[in-house]
Design a protein around this ligand. Structure first.
Ligand SMILES: [Zn+2]
Length: 74
């Protein structure tokens, strides 16, 4: 997956990490991907995602509702 744009500032989101049941705790299944807006991460005022609890963080599940969510997965 690539080319996802920040819904606030339009910058291309950076593929930051994955989340899920990590190896050692379960079957290693990956539930989704974490993305970062480069402007939000730098707490640049041009992007509202800089105000998130985790600045510039978005995530999306790989299955089910795959729409981009704001913040950080639980
Ligand atoms: Zn942004």
């Amino acid at each position: 997956m690539s080319g996802i744009e920040c819904p606030y500032c339009g910058a291309e989101l950076i593929h930051d990490d994955v989340f899920g049941r990590l190896a050692g705790f379960g079957d290693g299944k990956i539930n989704g991907t974490i993305y970062r807006c480069p402007n939000g991460r730098n707490q640049d005022e041009t992007c509202e995602s800089s105000c998130f609890h985790v600045a510039g963080s978005f995530y999306a599940y790989h299955e089910g509702d795959t729409s981009l969510k704001e913040g950080y997965p639980c």
